[in-house]
Design a protein around this ligand. Sequence first.
Ligand code: NAI
Length: 762
Amino acid sequence: MTTIPENLETMAYGPAPESTSAARDWLAKGPFGLFIGGAFTAAGAPLETRDPARDEVLAQVTMAGEADVDAAVQAARAAQPAWEGDPQRRARVLYALARQIQKRERLFAVLEALDNGKPIRETRDIDVPLVARHFTHHAGWAALLADEFPDTRAHGVCGQIIPWNFPLLMLSWKIAPALAAGNTVVLKPAEDTPLTALLFAEICAEAGVPPGVVNIVTGDGDTGAALVAHPGIDKIAFTGSTEVGQVIRRATAGTGKALTLELGGKSPFIVMGDADLDAAVEGVVDAVWFNQGEVCCAGTRILVAESVADRFRTLLKARMASLRVGNPLDKSTDIGAIVNPRQLARIRDLVAQGVAAGAVAHEGTAPEGCFCSPILLDEVSPASPCVSEEIFGPVVTLQTFRTPPEAVDLANATRYGLAASIWSENLTVAMDLAAQVKAGVVWINATNLFDANAPFGGMRASGFGREGAREGMAAYLRKGTPVAGQTPPAIDPRPATGTPDGLDRTQKLYIGGAQKRADGGTSWSVMAGDTRLGHAPFGNRKDIRNAVEAAQKAGGWTKMSGHQRAQVLYFLAETLDHQRSALAAQVDQAEIDASIARTLYYAAWADKLSGAVHNTQSAHVTLAMREAFGVIGLVCGEEAPLLGALSLILPAIAMGNRVVVVPSQTNPLAALELGPLLGASDVPSGVVNIVSGPVVDLAQVLAAHDDVAAMAISQPAIADRVERESAGNLKPVWHAPAVDGQGRDWLEAMVQIKTIWVPYGA
Ligand code: NAI
């Protein structure tokens, strides 16, 4: 026992444990069944859930099998039409859920801390309030849907799979928007942390959620896989590891199921030379020691300006020494238990690998058991696994840089793109860096801020789709129905020279602003019935690679203003009008007219698709910027060869992307004819590249290419192959009803949201 003078000397906190008695009473209701069709089933095959801090069993839940998943999907399907038909009821129910959560906030907070090991201070002050906020916010969307999202429908039944790091918060991020949009859901919590989802199921009945609208199936990865595979699911929303995200992308390929993936990260935490270092050190605490570092967007890579690095290290180590690791139920604990011993072993292993690769480790202290002390890995080499791998523990690396461009290079030297924190007292510098980092969320002089009205989600290996705000609502709505199509027939290449009708001109590919012969030197006859329209170059893998490289180099287009891009597109419309004769051999005048009209339409939009400023709870301007993806692969349909190609090309380039186009296989000549016309209209070299050939093969090469950031295809029959190949770098694949598809939706598909939190009014 310390004396009062001693306490005043150290200013240390005494223990302040939260009572667990209400949670223990609730746990006594176990073993728990599944929540299907508005009621709990009898408990089935047992799955143990444990308190990692005390290493004791908390409860037995049920390991759901395929038949259980099927029952849950059936219940959701049966409930869906009535639920979608009554938006006012949805709004009331979502609001009632928020109220019920608030009434039980203490029980939720304790149960979450017990099941996951995270500190009660965080579950009480962060997780649970954000959950209630999420339901309230989305109650509003249910009421506003008809006004704000006209002509849209719910997907239907959503399968939702969530991880263990924010069990209840992730549940709310999934369920609230899905329900607001009129979907019904089958949600699978993580095997380590099913309890708050079961408590949530219990309150669904009290809040008036109709039976079948929310179904909770507990289980492991096999249960998740059964949910993904179920034919009655219309959309999958997943948060978890990048590896499982890739498995799910492959499993859903070609099924027509909509998909959003929120995956791992390795986010940079950039400290500029003029940063407020004390604030930045506090920022590290929030970035990587919040939730034991088990946070997908944790700022786990500190990049600090060399000029202030020594002072920053000194301050950081001093702060580390005062972090308290231990009992999650103690209100003065900063870092609780790691979720399970496997995760702890994984953290330890990655730290050991980092040390073996030359990192110098500074560690705080932690009690025995499933706990990990805060760890700073200094002097890490960029190639070290602790710099490239998501550790998902309280471990941060430190690297230094000399110049802002070097900071950007280091920040982007990762396969991920989830979040970034930037610390500088100079807002010009900070915003300039924000524009350059590859991340879905950027916090300026802050970190790990979340709000129901701020879009959250990543790019690259961090997945695609956004959760939260208007952008998150859009992910739970659809327009129209997917169309079926036929695979284009095989075509035979043959040498371009020595053709029987040597008078035919063989068209050329259009790559990097120049007409190029196909790498293989072969071509094929393009026929309209018995009439030979001409010869098209038979492009191959190498041509696609060259085209992607040319597109990569055309980054200047992305940096141009919308106004400048609009000028170029207006010029293109003029050129098309003047060069009708060049196109007339391939397409009729009506298609040329429609193509010119479409070009004018997208020229008009080029400087108008603005981002948004969202109202969030903290003192920030929260910007939702629309950014080009970079290089997009476009696969045209067989309908209207010129208009079809332009319908994909125009919205993509209007938004600043560069594209590699695989034109219609039946008649690629019209699109190939476009090449020189683009050049004549001041479309810079490399912005549009056109490679004709066997559509199925070329589309797959594009989909597998790591430098292609997204795909849009108008060939439904090849969706399975394209989507499967796209899993490598997790690029989104859009299905474009090209000829009928003119509209704002297409422009929105061609950009990704970057959410930037800028301090304002604090
Ligand atoms: P995980 O990705 O395996 O688990 C996430 C969820 O997916 C769980 O509900 C799990 O049951 C389910 N799941 C697993 N395999 C599945 C499959 N084939 N089909 C459908 N659902 C499946 O993550 P895990 O193993 O718990 O953690 C491993 C690593 O993943 C962590 O160390 C961390 O690096 C990363 N991770 C990232 C998260 C994030 O939010 N970005 C969350 C959790 C883990």
